[in-house]
Design a protein around this ligand. Sequence first.
Ligand SMILES: C[S@@+](CC[C@H](N)C(=O)[O-])C[C@H]1O[C@@H](n2cnc3c(N)ncnc32)[C@H](O)[C@@H]1O
Length: 232
Amino acid sequence: MTNEQDNADVLAASAPYTKLFLNVYDLWVVCLSNTVAWRCPAGTLLEHFNANVRLRHLEVGPGSGWLLAHADFPGPSADIVLLDLNPNSLEHTVRRLSDRHQVRTIEQNVLDPLGDVGGPFESIGINYVLHCLPGGWVAKSAALKNLANKLSDDGVLFGSTVLGPGVNRNPAGFALTELYNRIGAFHNRTDDHDGLVSALEASFTQVDSRIVGNVALFAASGRRLTSRAAST
Ligand SMILES: C[S@@+](CC[C@H](N)C(=O)[O-])C[C@H]1O[C@@H](n2cnc3c(N)ncnc32)[C@H](O)[C@@H]1O
């Protein structure tokens, strides 16, 4: 983090995830907002998750843990690390997963250099987090690069994000995006699809991304070796 304002913006974006909000997150975000406002149904997000998740997995910003709790992992028990700035999201998700999987938590800002988070991971998920992060694609790209360095050579980084410019928003999508940017929960006013693809291509040789409703669903592999060199 560079200064106090950045710090305040980062904290404001992760602050809404109180214990109370996490109890209604599945209804409000996973079911209603995804269907009505972002027009990317939860089932589509889950299919994308299932297509990419592996057994040694790092999930950034798990929120309520809905995706992880409903995922079809390619084996009975996965080794999962959860990274989130908000301890409520970590606790809520651990409660949903720990009877089936090995779960470890790390409380940190994903924009900061990653310490000993473990790895290398076969998969890293970052779902609905990029649109929360302050700064443009330069800052978000630096976070993606740090994550790329925690992947195994054949690992995949995948996720989803609500885009700002360049998508067709219905009134609900427009109103929610505006409101969330005003209160500091979202920072996606300049998050366009080309910028996302470029940010991923800075760290990966193979990038797939498609838009469903207001949401980009992406997967990137072939970690660039310069990416590892840049952060070590
Ligand atoms: C919108 S929720 C996403 C939940 C879930 N991944 C999903 O797809 O529904 C955003 C999550 O990212 C976390 N988060 C926001 N900013 C963060 C940051 N700078 N570093 C780490 N986690 C952050 C929040 O605490 C919250 O758990």
